[in-house]
Structure formats: structure tokens, C-alpha cells
Design a protein around this ligand. Structure first.
Ligand SMILES: Cc1ncc(COP(=O)(O)O)c(C=O)c1O
Length: 395
């Protein structure tokens, strides 16, 4: 029997990051030693006090349905976090807790978009944004950037991309895949453009906020241009900062009327996020924050080592980032030098010849690049980069 699928789902591509991990797993199963620089999650364990809170939640019977939009305790912890770290004040009806930041973004797109609406997405972008926009029947509009601009958009580019169909701009900083971030002045300039177009909403995906070593503090756009707060959906979560990717807790903060619509989407799809994970996330947000510092220092040490090491590889060029755990490498020269067709072929070449898994830039809307994750111990990272270098030299 041939099954007829919806046109909506037919437009969606499977995640390229997952495809590369599967290929790496296949080679590993055949006995090859593979270093994975393709993963999008911290390599640390969830800190002990957070794990214990989860265990206690099970033992205490906190195992039933909760309110669809999150427990009052977790919402309170999120509100306190947003005031403490971002100087932004929210009420409980402006918060929606979801099964990861990804679900928060999905809910928002489902609640906001109609066919014909356009969503501005700066590239390189997180792989899921365009497909999630398509799943909401709207059109992603990609704003391409340059390495010389640290892969960030500027105010001219933003202004010229906005038209009567533009409904939303998605900002993500520090960025997956580049680790780059907007400074205060850049956000001010973008914010001034957005003030001219009151119907354009903004999503600020701050999921990497805490993995940060920029010279100035982290800001999102509503911290710099407070008039935009009522048009902004702030998305964050505990996955990256507290090494809690598997617990699946993220959240959105935004205008109450939009949060109500997003809650409706969640209520008719997945309902409340896991009750046990909500208790653990509450412990993460309310507890000792020094675990973030410990992990971020390790990421920074790896970053400071890997950026010059990759620049020393023939045909590779990359820039220092402000945060996250990725380095985005311009590989155009290496691709040409090896006589390969594109970044997808280069990623395959490195997997097969060097035993190193990376993610091709094409997946992030930036062909000619590779994303390398340094969510891997420094010793393994050094071995992986040495293998990449040997493979590139041996061309
Ligand atoms: C930019 C960005 N936003 C959101 C997410 C989703 O995070 P979560 O695990 O909380 O769903 C990710 C995860 O990789 C990400 O890189």
C-alpha cells in the first residue's frame, strides 16, 4: 500500500545533525574509532544536586499530570531567573514551560503564523528553524551573512528584508552554529529598525546564554531596547546551561495573549512537560549556579585551544566566538584543494579518512563550512584535530 502524506510534512527534511551521528555510529559498530565533533549537547553529566531533585520527585510521588503550562514552582523559578540574569520582569501568565526550548519555538510558530507569512532567519541558522516555519505553513526568508561580519546581520540588511508579509524575526545568540553574538550597540541598531515595523514579532532564542565568554555581558534585544519586550518571545531552557538535554525542559516568556495561544497548542498536542523534569529544572534554576561556571570554563579552554589549531589546518579558516560550544569553519579552500564538490563531500571525507564526524554547513544554510562541536574532552579534541590536519595535508 502506498501511503499519501501531507504536503506539509513532505517539505520537511530530516535533521542533518542526526544523519551524521547515525553514519558515525555505523562506522563505530564496524570497529572504527570515531571522534564525534557533531554533537549539540554538553558532554558533562547533569550536576548531582539536580539529579537528586529528580530522584526525590519520583520518591515523593510528583509523577502525575501538572498544569499544561508548567508547575507554579518552576514558573516562579523562571520568573526569578529572568529578573536576575536579564533584568526582565514577567508574570506567571506570560510563561509557558515546554518539553525543551524546541517545543517552545514550535508552539510559538504554530500560534503566530499563517500561510504566506514570512519569517526572517539569519544564516547560518539552527537547523530546525526553517523546517518548523514550513510546518506552520509559512515561508522562511534567509538572511545570509559573511564571516567578516562574524556571521551577524546588520540594520540595513534587516530593513531591506522586511515587507508586508514579514511576521517574525528569529535571533539566536550565542549562535548555533557559529558561537557569535550581537553586542549592545548592534542590538540597539537592529532594535531601532524593528521599532519602525510594529507588526514584526521577535523571537530571541537565548538557549546558549550562559555558555558565554564575551567581553561585554550577554544581552538580548529587549534588554537593550525595552520597548520591544511586548513583541518579543524569549526562549530559553535548562538543556545547555545545566547539561540537561535529556530532561526536556525549555520555556517561553512573552505577551500573555500569545502565551495563551501557545499553551493551547501544547495542551492539544503534548500537554504538560515531564513532572519529574520540572522539579529538577526548578532545582537547577533556584540552586547553586557555580556548576554553570565550571562547565563554561571547560568550554572556553577548549575554544581557546581549537580555534588556532583549526586555523593551522590547510584550507580551514575560523574566528573566535563569544560562547556556545561550536566553531564554524570556512572550508572553501580545503574543499577546492581536495577536489571535492562541496561541504557535504568534505564531511564524508573527514568521517571516512580521519574518523571525525562534523556537520556540513549546508545544514545551517551556509555551504562551504563545517560545524565542529567542542563538547568533547580536550585530549580527544586534540586527537581529532590532529587526524583532520593529517587528512588535509595528505590531499
Ligand atoms: C539554537 C538552539 N535553540 C534551541 C535548541 C533546543 O533546545 P532544547 O534541547 O531545550 O529543546 C537548540 C538545541 O540544539 C539550539 O541549538
Amino acid at each position: 500500500m502506498s501511503i499519501r502524506f501531507s504536503s506539509r510534512v513532505s517539505q520537511v527534511k530530516p535533521s542533518a545533525t542526526i544523519a551524521m551521528s547515525m553514519k558515525a555510529a555505523e562506522l563505530r559498530a564496524k570497529g572504527h574509532e570515531i571522534f564525534s565533533l557533531s554533537m549539540g549537547e554538553p558532554d558533562f553529566d547533569t550536576p548531582a544536586h539536580i539529579r537528586q531533585a529528580g530522584i526525590d520527585a519520583i520518591e515523593n510521588g510528583q509523577t502525575r499530570y501538572t498544569a499544561v503550562d508548567g508547575t507554579p514552582d518552576l514558573k516562579k523559578a523562571i520568573i526569578a531567573k529572568l529578573e536576575r540574569d536579564n533584568d526582565l520582569v514577567y508574570e506567571p501568565n506570560q510563561i509557558l514551560v515546554s518539553g525543551g526550548a524546541k517545543q517552545s519555538i514550535y508552539n510559538m510558530l504554530q500560534a503566530l503564523l499563517n500561510e504566506g507569512d514570512e519569517v526572517l532567519i539569519p544564516a547560518p541558522y539552527w537547523v530546525s528553524y526553517p523546517d518548523m516555519v514550513r510546518l506552520a505553513d509559512a515561508d522562511p526568508v534567509i538572511l545570509h551573512t559573511k564571516a567578516d561580519d562574524d556571521y551577524l546581520i546588520g540594520e540595513q540588511q534587516l530593513r531591506s528584508a522586511i515587507n508586508e508579509n514579514t511576521r517574525l524575526l528569529i535571533l539566536n545568540a550565542p549562535s548555533n552554529p557559529t558561537g557569535m553574538s550581537y553586542g549592545r550597540e548592534q542590538l540597539q541598531a537592529l532594535g531601532e529598525v524593528l521599532l519602525e515595523f510594529p507588526r514584526v514579532m521577535i523571537c530571541s532564542d537565548d538557549i546558549y546564554e550562559h555558555i558565554w565568554w564575551g567581553d561585554e555581558p550577554f544581552y538580548n534585544i529587549a534588554q537593550v531596547v525595552p520597548e520591544l519586550k511586548d513583541r518579543m518571545v524569549l526562549v530559553n531552557g535548562v538543556s545547555k546551561a545545566y547539561a540537561m538535554t535529556g530532561w526536556r525542559i525549555g520555556y517561553a516568556a512573552g505577551p500573555a495573549e500569545l502565551i495563551t495561544q501557545m499553551r493551547k497548542v501544547q495542551g492539544q498536542s503534548t500537554s504538560n512537560p515531564c513532572s519529574i523534569s520540572q522539579v529538577a529544572a526548578t532545582a537547577a534554576l533556584n540552586g547553586d549556579q557555580s556548576c554553570i561556571e565550571t562547565m563554561t570554563q571547560a568550554f572556553k579552554e577548549r575554544h581557546d585551544w581549537i580555534v588556532p589549531a583549526l586555523n593551522d589546518c590547510p584550507g580551514f579558516s575560523c574566528r573566535p566566538a563569544k560562547g556556545a560550544f561550536y566553531v564554524f569553519v570556512d572550508c572553501n579552500e580545503a574543499i577546492a584543494g581536495l577536489g571535492l564538490s562541496d561541504d557535504l563531500a568534505l564531511a564524508e571525507h573527514l568521517l571516512e579518512k580521519a574518523g571525525v564526524a562534523t556537520v556540513p554547513g549546508t545544514a545551517f544554510g551556509a555551504p562551504g563550512h563545517l560545524r565542529l562541536s567542542f563538547a568533547l574532552g580536550l585530549d580527544d579534541l586534540k586527537k581529532a584535530v590532529a587526524r583532520i590536519k593529517e587528512t588535509l595535508i595528505a590531499q
